[in-house]
Design a protein. Structure first.
Length: 129
């Protein structure tokens, strides 16, 4: 399985925030630490906040921290939430299961296919901590 840079950066942000504990992390310090574009990190942090993985604090002394305990955040869940390619609609749109007769069968077939992917099943059980 190949992850997008967006998901790779998202996992890095989550692990960095986990190391900070209750303290606030900033985009600037993560950009410097990993040598990643601040602009790209803004989108990553925004998406992680909307997905419920980060609590964000606005303002001059703002930043972000994990919204959950690190052991509660499963790598597989983060990947599924952020990787567009893993969604059943993406599979249908790309024609992977174009021969399906009923619309619901696409989701069923995709679910079966996803369960067979061992990296996904390992990631589903693994946490960021």
């Amino acid at each position: 399985m190949r992850l997008t840079l967006h998901t790779d950066y998202s996992l890095r942000v989550l692990m960095f925030a986990a190391l900070k504990g209750e303290g606030l992390s900033t985009i600037a310090e993560i950009a410097e630490h990993f040598e990643i574009s601040r602009t790209h990190l803004m989108k990553v942090v925004n998406d992680l906040g909307r997905a419920g993985y980060l609590d964000t604090v606005r303002g001059k002394k703002g930043g972000f921290r994990l919204a959950k305990k690190p052991h509660q955040i499963k790598v597989g869940a983060v990947v599924r939430d952020l990787e567009e390619e893993l969604g059943s609609s993406a599979a249908c749109n790309r024609g992977i299961i174009a021969r399906s007769k009923a619309p619901a069968s696409c989701a069923v077939l995709w679910r079966r296919r996803r369960q067979r992917l061992s990296p996904c099943s390992i990631a589903t059980r693994s946490t960021i901590w």
